[in-house]
Each structure stands twice: as C-alpha cells, then as structure tokens.
Write a protein that binds this ligand. Structure first.
Ligand SMILES: Nc1nc2c(ncn2[C@@H]2O[C@H](COP(=O)(O)OP(=O)(O)OP(=O)(O)O)[C@@H](O)[C@H]2O)c(=O)[nH]1
Length: 355
C-alpha cells in the first residue's frame, strides 16, 4: 500500500474516534455547524491551501527540473523547506534522513523523493514519541483547569471560544474565566464568545487582579458542577518579570484550589508571525510550564512548516491548529492530516494512478 493510502487510513481512524466523542444535543447545532460537516482531511486540505500552493508547488517544480537525485537537488530542496519556515535544524535533520533513505531504497528518479519527503515529515514530527499522544489532559475526579496564555492579537480569545465549543460538543460543561484584565475590551470579547457558544463567563472589572478572577472562576465552576474551566490571561511580553509574576500568581491560586492543576497550559501562537512565534514560545516557556501549543491562522500563511519547527525546536506538542475563523475551525493537530494537507494534490494523483 502506498504511504498516501496509509495516511488517509490513519486520518479516517482519527476522524471516527472523534465522531465517537461527540454527544448529540438537540438544542445547539447551529447553521454554521450544519454547513461544516467536512472531513478532517478536507479541513486540513483547505486550511493548508496557501502553504500547499507554495511548498508543494515548489517541490513539484524542483522535481520537474531535476531528473536525478544529486547534491544540487538536495540543496534546492533545503532552501524550499527553510523558506516554508520548517526551521533550520529540522531541515538539516530532514535532509540527512532523506539522503539516507534515497540511498537505502536506491532511489534514482526525483519524483520518487516526493513520497519519502512526506513520510519523513511525519516521522520527524513524532520522533520517538508515541503517536497516540492525548489531545488534552483532563482531571479524572473533579474540575479540570486549562490556562491559556499568549500575546495580544494571536487569536487567544477566539481559540478559547472554539475550544469551549469543542468541549461542549463532547458533552462537557464549560466555564470561562476572563483573566485578561489588562487589555481594554478583552473581557467583553470573551463574553461575546461565551454567549455565542453558550457557556458562562466569570469576570471582574478591567484592571483587577487576574488571580482573583481565576479564583472566582474555580469557585463558580465548582459550585455549578462544571467539568472544565478555561482561564484567559493577559499576554504582556514587554516585561518578562511582570509576565512571570502574573502567571506564577495565577498558577499558585489554581494549584492551591486543585492539586495537579492546571491540567493544561496552552500557549497560543500566530503562525503568520513565522519565526517570531518561536521566540515568543521561548519566552513563555521560561515564564511558565507549557503543556501544549495552539497554532492559529495556519490558513493565513504559506509558511505552515512552522508546525515542524515548533515541535522540534521547542519540544512542545502542537495540540490544536486554527484553520479558519469559524467556531468549528479549531482542529486537533494530527501530523498525518497535516502532511496530507501539504501534499493533497499529489496524493489524489497517485491514488488515481493506482486505481
Ligand atoms: N483566519 C483565521 N483567523 C483567526 C484564527 N484564529 C483567530 N483568528 C482571527 O484573529 C483575530 C484575532 O483574534 P483574537 O481572538 O481577537 O485575538 P486575541 O489573541 O484574543 O487578542 P487579544 O484579545 O488582544 O489577546 C480575529 O479576527 C480572529 O477571528 C484562525 O485560525 N484563522
């Protein structure tokens, strides 16, 4: 079976698993959701169209220009990968592995390298990890708390709204805590999302202590018997000491109320900011323990390779990706679906040939 067929099978399995988690509710399937019954592979394909057009277009062009696999071919490939923001170290590893595989499989023709690239991207992403990494960690007995951090404008509020929707779909009762008391309008923006997805928002006034909001959020979520509390925070990067102090105070409050919490500390990064996203991640990971990354606006960039750079250079899993502005556009990250999205046209082409 071709690697592409295997990819498709993996994605279908993942999709079935997710479908099983969805709890039917008759009240809130909005028109938007009804329209949105696309498959996972279709979502990644659409969301990655800019990257695919640029990246896979360049790879195709390269393959057409070089008939045999030689040093110059690899050098140009290296450049294409670096331009797609895959990250220099990751590109070096990938090129080494490709050279090794090309030799091992005795590949002579450049078109055969395309499939090896996609295989190696999946391998490099997962590394030695178990592929079946859990999407999110939940508290088995009691309230689960997620902390969401990130600088302004990256799509933090939108992500919290989409995540709340996703959890609701799985039958969970969600409460939001408006812990970004710093930015004007942040509380109202979260309230709009709360209303939109039908979850309560706990808030104080602008400028108040975020730790106090989070504390109230926990009490309120507990008294409501909620399953998950998602806490927004202010992402002030200008002053690392302030950021550290604020996050450590919020973390202390959470830990005191619920041992082992927060169960997730998710950093939201905007993929359109490229390598800047990497440096933000470095600063945040020094300020607090991060359990995962949400990479937004992947649909808005031609440099989707940033997913690989983040995974490899920071060693933090990308748990979700934003593939559009709609409430249903937050997808659990899956390297198979990602690589499918990058090479969809080639995949379909090779399937047609096989049939
Ligand atoms: N295309 C696209 N747009 C997105 C995605 N995620 C968020 N956005 C948009 O990005 C913009 C900023 O999102 P917000 O959620 O307001 O950003 P934020 O990080 O909360 O900003 P602050 O409240 O200032 O911290 C909004 O217009 C969102 O609709 C995504 O995955 N794809």
């Amino acid at each position: 079976m071709s690697f592409f067929k295997k990819l498709k099978e993996k994605i279908t399995k993942k999709e079935e698993e997710y479908e099983e988690q969805i709890v039917e509710t008759d009240s809130d399937s909005s028109e938007e959701e009804e329209e949105e019954k696309e498959s996972l592979s279709e979502k990644f394909k659409q969301g990655l169209s800019k990257t695919r057009d640029s990246f896979s277009g360049k790879v195709n062009d390269l393959v057409a220009r070089y008939r045999t696999v030689d040093e110059d071919f690899f050098e140009e490939l290296e450049e294409i990968l670096i331009t797609a923001d895959v990250g220099v170290n990751t590109v070096m590893d990938l090129i080494d592995e490709l050279k090794f595989e090309v030799k091992r499989r005795n590949i002579k023709e450049t078109y055969e390298v395309k499939e090896v690239i996609s295989e190696k991207l999946v391998d490099i992403y997962y590394g030695d990890d178990n592929e079946e990494v859990e999407e999110l960690t939940f508290n088995e007995d009691g309230l689960t708390v997620f902390l969401v951090v990130g600088v302004n404008g990256v799509g933090k509020t939108t992500t919290i709204g989409k995540l709340a929707h996703r959890l609701k779909e799985q039958g969970k009762n969600v409460v939001l805590a408006a812990g970004d008391t710093f930015r004007a309008g942040a509380i109202e923006q979260l309230e709009i999302w709360g209303e939109r997805v039908g979850v309560p928002v706990i808030k104080h006034s602008e400028g108040s202590d975020p730790a106090a909001v989070v504390y109230d959020g926990i009490q309120s979520a507990k008294s409501k018997g909620a399953d998950v509390l998602i806490c927004d925070t202010a992402g002030r990067l200008q002053n690392k000491v302030n950021l550290m102090n604020e996050l450590s105070k919020v973390n202390k409050v959470i830990e005191r109320e619920i041992p082992d919490a927060p169960h997730e500390s998710l950093l939201v990064l905007d993929s359109t900011t490229g390598q800047n996203a990497l440096s933000q991640a470095k600063i945040f990971s020094e300020a607090t323990n991060l359990s995962g990354i949400v990479l937004t606006k992947l649909d808005g960039t031609a440099k989707g390779g940033i997913v690989m750079a983040i995974r490899k250079e920071l060693d933090i899993p990308v748990k979700f990706v934003g593939l559009g502005e709609k409430v249903t556009d937050l997808q659990a990250f899956d390297a198979h679906a990602f690589v499918y999205g990058l090479f969809a046209d080639m995949l379909e082409e090779s399937e047609e040939k096989e049939d």
